[in-house]
Design a protein. Structure first.
Length: 408
């Protein structure tokens, strides 16, 4: 009696079962997957956050399919602060990036049509596509002293049913940004094939500016330290101002301001004017059908965006310290390394392939009290990869990494 689109295998995987047993037994846990900023010991301006939710203007119901003007102006001001000009008319507010994806998928795709998605990448895409009756086809990111798009494989994956290419900028969990030359190539491909670019930029503000040196051609990468963006260093470019192809760019408060519980995101449409106008018209009807954003949160968005400055400063300081500690410990381990990370909250460890990543993750939990995500969760094509979060408190992170590396 149920729809095929929801016919998922709902049985817990081995690692989830092992974690549930571990927690039920009350054992100590070093959660190296921790990614909830509200549970990582950050300092929030609680008074300002609560005050922003107490706006009496929210007592009046003023439905606007794209979202309240003042909220969209706050989003436009966020981009202006990055040096990008985004019109409020091109912004549609959503309750989450997941909802933004569903709006875009429904705008672009008939049932059964295809979108290209990077691999490795975040596993949520499969569920979002299933719910929207869209088929995902992977294109690989390849690693060679830094991540890059395999354009040959991407173009080979195109079919007459392909409606768009998803990019994650920076990618989760690999941390690579889309380079300007890659953006130009994607624009050419999508324009020629009448496809759209769908850009997920939730981690855009967390740039590390790290590169790999080519001095070492062995197993281990030589990684140049991250540096802070100074007055002369322009932040990584946003797809929100991409004009070379029809583009849908999404982000939100979850990562930008460390406020996932506020459920506030947005979708920016850019590109050639005729296509952009058609897309915005269709998106407005979809948004008007749901009207999912509530007024108190919308009215608080400008204030919540101001919170990003303090939260991002804390997070970037922690990320840098944890990366430095990770590199310090890796320096004594010739068998392990980490891959170059340009942005985001995660690092990818390369470890000896003595067993499957899944077996290794279960063994780490059982013997070392370490919970870490195996690479196959993110569609890494080979074993030997573990994903660790860089935003957990430094003391727990350092001890967790020490225990993890003691396995090798």
């Amino acid at each position: 009696m149920f729809a095929d689109r929801t016919n998922w295998n709902l049985a817990p995987n081995r690692l989830s079962e092992a974690l549930a047993r571990h927690l039920a037994e009350g054992k100590r846990l070093f959660d190296l997957s921790a990614s909830n900023p509200t549970e990582c010991g950050l300092h929030y301006d609680g008074v300002a956050i609560v005050d922003a939710l107490g706006n009496s203007t929210s007592l009046a119901y003023v439905p606007d399919p794209k979202g309240l003007l003042r909220a969209r102006q706050g989003v436009a001001e966020y981009y202006a602060g990055r040096g990008d000009e985004v019109r409020v008319e091109d912004i549609v507010l959503t309750t989450s990036t997941s909802e933004a994806y569903s709006f875009v998928f429904r705008t672009l795709c008939n049932p059964g049509e295809e979108l290209l998605v990077p691999a490795p990448s975040y596993p949520l895409f499969g569920f979002l596509a299933d719910i929207s009756d869209v088929r995902l086809v992977s294109y690989p990111l390849i690693y060679d002293y830094g991540w890059q798009i395999d354009f040959h494989a991407l173009e080979q994956a195109l079919t007459p049913s392909t409606r768009g290419v998803i990019v994650v900028n920076p990618n989760n969990p690999t941390g690579n940004f889309v380079k300007p030359e890659e953006m130009a190539r994607l624009n050419e491909i999508c324009s020629a094939c009448q496809m759209a670019v769908i850009a997920d930029e939730v981690f855009l503000d967390y740039a590390h500016c790290e590169t790999a040196s080519h001095r070492d051609w062995g197993h281990r990468d030589v990684v140049k330290p991250a540096r802070t963006h100074g007055a002369t260093n322009k932040p990584p470019g946003s797809y929100a101002v991409n004009a070379g192809a029809l583009t849908f760019t999404m982000s939100g408060l979850s990562k930008i301001s460390g406020l996932p519980q506020m459920k506030a995101s947005w979708l920016v449409t850019s590109g050639p004017e005729p296509l952009k106008a058609q897309a915005l018209g269709r998106l407005e009807v979809i948004a008007d059908t749901y009207l999912s954003m509530n007024s108190p949160i919308q009215l608080a968005i400008p204030s919540f965006l101001q919170q990003r400055h303090g939260i991002q400063k804390q997070l970037m300081a922690r990320i840098r310290r944890n990366l430095a500690e990770l590199d310090r410990q890796l320096g004594a381990k010739k068998s392990c390394s980490r891959l170059v990370v340009e942005g985001g909250w995660y690092a990818v460890l390369r470890v000896p392939v003595t067993r499957s990543d899944d077996d290794l993750a279960v063994e780490l939990l059982k013997t070392k009290n370490i919970y870490v995500h195996p690479g196959h969760f993110y569609d890494f094509p080979t074993d030997g990869h573990l994903i660790v979060s860089l935003i957990m408190p430094e003391q727990g992170f350092g001890e967790g990494i020490r225990l993890l590396l003691s396995m090798f």
